[in-house]
Design a protein around this ligand. Sequence first.
Ligand code: ZN
Length: 219
Amino acid sequence: MSYQHILDGKKLDLPVGKVVCVGRNYAEHAKELNNPVPTSPILFMKPSTAVVALEPGFAIPQNQGECHHELEMSVLIGQPLKSADEAGAKKAVLGFGIGLDLTLRDLQNKLKEKSHPWEVAKAFDGANPLSGFVSTDRIADPEHTEIELTVNGAVRQKGNTSDMITPVYKLLAFMSRHFTLLPGDVVMTGTPAGVAALQVGDQLVLRLGDLPALSTVVR
Ligand code: ZN
């Protein structure tokens, strides 16, 4: 499936770049996986080949153990960002959306036990289903925005971006000191508690703030 960035319903002439992610950015999620709450953001990346459209459906890997949903607010970068401060980070954002940081949890746990990198558990093809984005003026305050995921009608993940350990713009600034962010790159901002395994056929509804809910299915 091909994916192209969409902003306010229109296809954007922007490359789909890398995705920069943060681990354990909500304390309750760190606790549910028995991980310590980090003192500085834990960064990792997904390549452009991980990005697929969230709607109308997406696939999960088979026969590789549990594939967990991690519901996260996503940020689309519109201007190059390097060693930026928070004000610079704010200016570089083109839009906000929602996405899933799919994680092969059994595989990740095995890798963590061996102190090996996580990539194959996090960066596989299709590991980052993304919604379209909305322009920044449609999210009143991205640092105080509710996100919610229901699976087959039951609420699985519910959080507020105000609970992030490193808030959005501070996080972008931090990331930009390690990796230059380019137009078309995406930042995933971490997941609240409630991660769990997805099954083929699951019906998902994702909400970001007051925006219309998005529906999708696991294929
Ligand atoms: Zn995540």
